[in-house]
Design a protein around this ligand. Structure first.
Ligand code: 13P
Length: 243
């Protein structure tokens, strides 16, 4: 069984003052990760208690150079990040990121010794057209580097229509996708893929966490809004640890 991972994505939210929400979030039995905005990574990592890891929400694929406004994986590592989210649907939509770019970023992340959290997900139109599994196969194939292992890569399934909407995929939908993703990874990477963690993301909250974590092949969650406060995130961490 892979070690479970409760990951919070703060997106463009948070301040130094709000880092007080990280106090007491760490857990001995599962991995707990918060990815704040880049400006808060170093201060959060310096303050993080044992059992809490700090990650980034994006990176550049190049090691250095003329890329105004971008941040390299070496810079993120120096700031104290252990994980980097790549290919989030908001970046694919807002910044027109392609699978090839996501894969190049993931390669840079693993080359730096960090863990890549690669996000994939279908839109509502794609789901309604019956294209969910083929879209996810295409994204997973093209966004995941050939050197992906359970130690350096996490896959997050985030249906675009469930992000920030209050809509959550039901447990049948999550189960169908996660078992499909596990089979896809096993075909490509062999037995090691059984331990590549598969996170679900999209309106996860305390009220639905327990039923989502009971779905086979769900190894944790990538949580947006409900990761911003300890009051909301702690019960999700506890539900995962108890699952
Ligand atoms: P919400 O939990 O706010 O729906 O966001 C999910 C997400 O996009 C995490 O990366």
């Amino acid at each position: 069984m892979p070690r479970k991972l409760a990951a919070g994505n703060w997106k463009m939210n948070g301040s130094v003052a709000q880092l007080s929400e990280l106090s007491g979030l760490g857990h001995a039995d599962i991995d707990v990760l918060i990815c704040p905005p880049a400006t808060l990574i170093a201060v959060a990592a310096n303050a993080a208690e044992t059992g809490l890891m700090i990650g980034a929400q994006d990176c550049h694929a190049a090691a250095s150079g003329a890329h105004t406004g971008d941040i390299s994986t070496a810079m993120l590592a120096e700031a104290g990040a252990t994980h980097v989210i790549v290919g989030h649907s908001e970046r694919r939509a807002d910044h027109a990121e392609t699978d090839d770019q996501v894969r190049a970023k993931a390669e840079a992340i693993t080359a730096q010794g960090l863990i890549a959290i690669i996000c994939i997900g279908e839109t509502l139109a794609q789901r309604e057209a019956g294209e969910t599994l083929s879209i996810l196969d295409a994204q997973l194939s093209a966004s995941t580097p050939d050197n992906a292992t359970a130690a350096n890569t996490v896959i997050a399934y985030e249906p675009v229509w469930a992000i920030g909407t209050g809509l959550t995929a039901n447990t049948d939908q999550i189960g169908e996708v996660h078992s499909h993703l596990r089979a896809h990874l096993t075909e490509r990477f062999g037995a090691d893929a059984a331990d590549i963690r598969l996170l679900y993301g999209g309106s996860v909250k305390a009220a639905n966490a327990t039923e989502i974590f009971a779905v086979p092949d769900v190894d944790g969650a990538l949580v947006g809004g409900a990761s911003l406060t300890a009051k909301d995130f702690r019960p999700i961490v506890d539900a995962l640890a108890a699952s």
